[in-house]
Design a protein around this ligand. Structure first.
Ligand code: AMP
Ligand code: GLY
Length: 428
């Protein structure tokens, strides 16, 4: 690749995509960066275009017209819809797995069956197509137990049932259509206890390069309470993932999964995100995602020292055997600012002020999610709205910078958790 020779299209509109665009925009290889649809933050560094990113023909048409060299697919929807397949059929490099490989996220039962066949540690489970069979399973599997819609449900299809009645109600709700087509089938699995970690590898289908570790905070409330969200904050590295644990995760979870996908004739290329439960019996797989985590991507991009573009290209082209990545030694933290009411209903169109002052510190980046710029004003138009992301020497320093920046943001209709990183900070 030569200087300023690469045209890239990033797909998505979240904090994850702003962070990817921010990192890509720093590459000396970049000639032109597009993002569809983007957001109020992305439009300051990329040309935002309105495209139906769930429509492979629409994306392929645009990519051909603009002679795009690489399409970076942020969210899972287009992956499961076969966008990488459609791009590759036109010889356009795509960062993200083909549809058959994206099934690791698209079907929870698919992933559980791989775990069973390749002896990958995960919760014991059953797969069900009818309520009657699911209820029979519950007769012999007491609560607490976890009921999951099989398909994509925007993070909402998982019910942690503390009682048998809740488990049975969840089964009925799912088969009654609470999650639409995603609930045509369901998985019931053993409840696991432990701390969770997000584990990312770049893979070309054979080789796998672990990225920096991270932890997310999925619950809306402080102390990890209240309903699940897309993620309220993250930090990296997650020191709880020791080198030995990393090794164990690679050999017992990641490598057998890549073997399974190759055996199925659909090798997995892209970033593979393993949600891990660190149990007393070692790391176990909670679920796979076929993309970067959001907000984990924000802290990874702030810590990544190397150019991201060659890494994305090598992955998309199917050979990362020579790839190495360098990371900043500093810790990073991102705190999500969301609209009051999220993850329930919230109002849109309120104005956010103070962003320039908040971003004045060289170690702080504010990655936008649900924002748009109108008449020079930044407006909140989504649930998760901003990701205030800082790095510093040690997690307490990163935390202090992020919260100092948050103090400067004037947005009455927003809220954020004040305790991001609490487990790691408590453990010292
Ligand atoms: P998932 O979408 O499968 O990652 O599930 C969302 C969240 O539900 C996870 O991050 C966990 O906090 C929780 N969860 C899912 N499966 C289990 C399980 N088997 N045991 C305990 N918690 C779980
Ligand atoms: N941070 C959780 C997710 O991206 O699914």
């Amino acid at each position: 690749m030569e200087e300023k020779s690469v045209k890239i299209l990033v797909l998505g509109s979240g904090g994850r995509e702003h962070a990817l665009c921010w990192k890509i925009a720093q590459s000396p290889l970049l000639e032109k960066l597009y993002c569809a649809p983007g957001n109020g933050g992305v439009e300051t560094i990329a040309e935002c275009v309105s495209l139906d990113i769930e429509s492979p023909p629409a994306v392929v048409k645009f990519a051909k017209e603009q002679a795009i060299d690489l399409v970076v697919i942020g969210p899972e929807g287009p992956l499961v819809a076969g966008l990488a397949d459609a791009l590759m059929a036109e010889n356009i490099a795509a960062f993200g797995p083909v549809a058959a490989a994206a099934q690791v996220e698209g079907s929870k039962g698919f992933t559980k069956d791989i775990c069973a066949a390749y002896d990958i540690p995960t919760a014991a489970y059953g797969r069900f197509k009818t309520a009657a069979e699911a209820h029979t399973y519950l007769d012999t599997h007491p609560a607490p137990i976890v009921v999951k819609a099989d398909g994509l449900a925007a993070g909402k299809g998982v019910i942690i049932a503390e009682t048998d009645a809740q488990a049975r109600a969840a089964v009925d709700d799912i088969f009654d259509g609470a999650f639409g087509a995603a609930g045509a089938e369901l998985v019931i699995e053993e409840f696991m206890t432990g701390e969770e970690a997000s584990f990312f590898v770049l893979t070309d289908g054979v080789n796998a390069l672990p990225l920096a570790t991270a932890q997310d905070h999925k619950r809306v409330g402080e102390g990890d309470t209240g309903p699940n969200t897309g993620g309220m904050g993250a930090y990296s590295p997650a020191r709880i993932v020791s080198p030995a644990l990393l090794e164990e995760t690679m050999t017992r979870i990641i490598q057998p999964t890549l073997t399974a996908m190759a055996d199925k004739g659909s090798p997995y290329r892209g970033v593979l995100y393993a949600g891990l439960m660190l149990t007393e019996d070692g790391p176990k797989l909670v679920e796979y995602n076929a993309r970067f985590g959001d907000p984990e991507c924000q802290v990874l991009m702030l810590r990544l020292k190397s150019d991201l573009v060659p890494a994305l290209m090598a992955t998309a082209q199917g050979d990362i055997s020579d790839l190495q990545l360098e990371w900043h030694d500093e810790d990073a933290m991102t705190v999500v600012m969301a609209a009051q009411g999220y993850p329930g209903s919230y109002s849109k169109g309120t104005q956010i002020k103070g962003l320039d002052a908040a971003e004045a510190d060289a170690d702080t980046q504010i990655f936008h999610a649900g924002t748009k710029i109108e008449d020079g004003k930044t407006l909140a138009v989504g649930g998760r709205v901003l990701n205030v992301t800082s790095k510093g020497k040690g997690l307490p320093a990163a935390r202090d910078k992020a919260y100092a920046a948050l103090d400067k943001i004037d947005w009455q209709e927003g809220f954020y958790r004040r305790d991001i990183g609490w487990r790691a900070l408590d453990e010292g």
